[in-house]
Design a protein around this ligand. Sequence first.
Ligand code: G3P
Ligand code: CA
Length: 269
Amino acid sequence: SPTAESRKPAHSPLTVAHRGASGDAPENTLAAVDKAHEMGIDWVENDVQRTKDGKLVVIHDTTLSRTTDVEDRFPDRSPWNVTDFTLKEIKTLDAGSWFGSEFKGERIPTLAEYLDRITRNGQDLLLELKSPELYPDIERQTLGELRTEGWLDRKHTKSKLIIQSFDKNAITKVHQQNPAVKTGFLGTPKTNELKDYAKFADQINPTSADATKKYVDAVHALKGPHHKRLEVFTWTVNDAETARKVADAGVDGIISNKPDVVSDAVAKA
Ligand code: G3P
Ligand code: CA
């Protein structure tokens, strides 16, 4: 019988590079999506927020501290919130050195720059509206930018783009403002509440601990706003064993900092 290492799951979910291939390059940078591309990973996840002067940028934390040199560059601007810096200021920051000296000079991308790069790479996008409560109307602005950048044409809308959030209101707004766009809710609603989520969300995206077969089956039993079976993308899985476990539970996608490891673990036999 196959060893644990060589065993392949019966079912082969998609692999999504979390914040790009963020185990091997600085998260949410162009270097991280390029790294995922080099690994042959089609899907990337990112986080979108807004600068003081109203520009959409790709960054996970609501402050600039952890992933840039902002504290050295702007020592008087504590607590270094993304919302308190203009794009021009943000573009002076080094978003790569914290991860490794070979990434020195990497910048925080605007959403437009990011979309341009992944379009060139032929990648698909799981876009997260991060802390949307801080950014009034970011749903409409994000949809507008996606349209400008050519991401809401038929092809992309159908298969290349999902907008997700922990914030139910934000996902509801995205669905109302552009019902064609696929959406995902981040979290684990109670199974008796899933029917409500299925009115506006095409995916329910729980942690890997919550992605049991029982829960995945309960999600799959429902149809989403586009009359298709609700999907499950789970996060954040960085090792082969857990990847095989959630694949066996039936998830449709696995969001990972080590997408090369995960895609290999769940590849078809
Ligand atoms: O895509 C799932 C995951 O990104 C949610 O958590 O904190 O990494 O944005 P976080
Ligand atoms: Ca995220």
